[in-house]
Write a protein that binds this ligand. Structure first.
Ligand SMILES: [Zn+2]
Length: 320
């Protein structure tokens, strides 16, 4: 409960700072030349993190300027906005959120300190078929919501999210509806194609369990019929217990698991330890492959290329 009070205090503090900052910005703006060039006429979109910014840019093209709040590669769960982030939010035309409890900082206290009149706020998972947060028994994880927030890692769910961004751009800027529609249809074709490939290429899988460093693949496992087992559970800071390592090694032997998955945003220390432990006990070695979380461009791959790469990595562990 102390946490809640702190958050509210923090929000009050931030809204006070914000009022001052905006006052200064308004004065600076009045003294300054009017903004020149095309940017002034573009729809200003602020997305909370990379995949949503990627979709907004894809659909909005020349008529939007997109800013992403959370730096690339940073796990969004425990991120907190700065005052300058609040200023960005307050000057946006369209604010794009993941929702499903991912950005609790925006959905709870801080939103109440922003003036939202004239803005379109898109909660991209609103009304979507969300999964419950996975239950780790005694583990205390900091996804504080009741839902699994990792929707964007499923190309199917991402398509539904992108559609909400498309709807919002058309609602805010109906003059360019035809342009947005054409670009949305192009993006949708790509996302649908990736979803179809996942369905077809994982249909004849011979194994149905994957071990991952962070349990972020619930929407993939639900749609394409496999099960994820996290080494560190839902949050990044947890450390696996000796018992957890032991039971994972047993499972790897039982189910003939040949691949362990990591993401560049997480330390691979526990996955490596698991591999060492398996090798020590059984003499077997496994492959360690990337499953991307799509938190920023990485290894030269953009969001969609990461989703395609994830399919190849999953096939290596599940098929054949
Ligand atoms: Zn996560």
């Amino acid at each position: 409960m102390v946490g809640e009070i702190m958050n509210r205090r923090q929000a009050l503090f931030l809204s006070a700072v914000l009022a001052v900052a905006l006052g200064i910005a308004a004065v600076a703006y009045a003294l300054d030349e009017p903004p020149s060039g095309a940017d002034a006429e573009k729809v200003s979109v602020v997305a909370t993190f990379y995949p949503l910014g990627y979709m907004a840019e894809n659909i909005g093209g020349d008529f939007v300027s997109v800013k992403t709040l959370i730096p690339f590669g940073v796990e969004p769960h425990s991120w907190q906005p700065s005052v300058s982030d609040m200023v960005s939010l307050s000057s946006a035309d369209v604010i794009v959120l993941n929702g499903a409890g991912l950005e609790s900082w925006i959905e709870s206290d801080l939103f109440s300190s922003l003036n939202l009149s004239g803005k379109v706020v898109v909660n991209t998972t609103d009304g979507l078929p969300l999964l419950p947060a996975s239950d780790h028994g005694e583990e205390e994880h900091h996804h504080d919501g009741e839902y699994d927030p990792h929707t964007w890692i499923s190309p199917y769910m991402a398509g539904l999210q992108a559609e909400q961004i498309f709807d919002a751009l058309v609602a805010y800027d109906p003059g360019h509806a035809d342009y947005y529609t054409a670009r949305w249809e192009t993006l949708k074709i790509r996302l649908d194609a990736i979803d179809l490939r996942y369905q077809q290429e994982l249909a004849n899988k011979t194994r149905s369990d994957v071990i991952v460093s962070h349990e972020a693949f619930g929407y993939l496992s639900e749609r394409y019929g496999f099960e994820q087992h996290g080494v560190v559970g839902m949050s990044a800071e947890q450390q696996p217990s000796i018992e957890q390592i032991r039971s994972l090694v047993d499972m790897m032997v039982d189910k003939n698991i040949t691949v362990l998955y990591v993401d560049p945003a997480y330390s691979d220390a526990y996955i490596v330890r698991l591999n060492d432990e398996l090798e020590r006990q059984t003499g077997r070695e496994v492959m360690i492959l990337e499953l991307y979380l799509g938190l920023g461009p990485v290894d030269g791959k953009d969001y969609l290329e990461q989703m395609e790469s994830n399919l190849e990595s999953l096939k290596a562990g599940l098929v054949g």
